[in-house]
Ligand binder design. Structure first.
Ligand code: DX5
Ligand code: ZN
Length: 222
């Protein structure tokens, strides 16, 4: 079965925060498909990153879709602010609140694509029960909170199970993987059925952003 090359969503978390506008323009020029934005509250995860003000400031620097990964609890009070800041996808953790189905409805009501993200210890059933409302399923291949961690191989089976679930649903859902992705870990994820990659350290830590993005996509040797 012919496969499309995977989409690459560099994570801003690994960029130079003193030069964010330039960094975003550089990865767009280097061939990135989406910009992945990791929002952390120091409560749901043990780190703090940035909020809607930074997202809004970056919106005018690129045409890339903004792929918002919320690592905050609660989620609902902040959805409108991020939607107004110009994000395209809003992805959240089911553990962040008691009503993930309602949150997905609100995201769609704001005119945005909606996604659920599954931690390494979170079962796929969370996605299965709301699959009719999902545009993206994000598999964490590290525990969320920090960039630069080691890929957790046990998540490959989960990716394969989610691929079967998505195919059985007949819905157009992106299967995205986040954490420890580089040219060495991406191929096994592709084989398991992933079609979209977040990569922080592997892109922004590389001397040549375009070469790194191409290597993760599989177009060149990594
Ligand atoms: C971790 C974040 C990731 C992170 C990935 O909580 O969700 O998006 O930035 O960083 P790398 O690619 O360095 O593992
Ligand atoms: Zn992320």
């Amino acid at each position: 079965m012919p496969q499309q090359p995977p989409l690459i969503a560099p994570s801003l978390l690994a960029a130079d925060f003193a030069r964010l506008g330039e960094e975003v323009a550089a990865i767009e020029k280097a061939g990135a498909d989406w910009l992945h934005l990791d929002v952390m509250d120091g409560h749901f995860v043990p780190n703090i990153s940035f909020g809607p003000v930074v997202v809004k400031a970056l919106r005018k620097h690129t045409k890339m879709p903004f792929d918002l990964h919320l690592m905050i609890a609660p989620v609902d009070p902040y959805l409108t602010a991020f939607a107004d800041a110009g994000v395209d996808h809003i992805i959240f953790h089911p553990e962040a609140g008691p009503h993930p189905h309602r949150t997905l409805q609100v995201i769609h009501g704001l005119g945005k694509k909606a996604g659920l993200v599954l931690n390494p210890g979170t079962p796929i059933e969370h996605a299965a029960t709301v699959i009719d409302l999902l545009d993206i399923i994000l598999v964490m291949s590290v525990n969320p909170g920090f960039g630069g961690q080691k890929f957790i191989h046990s998540q490959l089976e989960k990716i394969a199970a989610l691929r079967r679930l998505i195919d059985a649903s007949g819905r157009d859902i992106r299967l995205e993987v986040d954490g420890g992705i580089d040219p060495h870990t991406a191929p096994a994820c592709i084989a398991a059925g992933a079609d979209t990659f977040v990569a922080g350290t592997a892109v922004f830590g590389a001397p040549d952003y375009a070469a790194s993005i191409a290597a993760i996509r599989g177009g060149t040797q990594g």
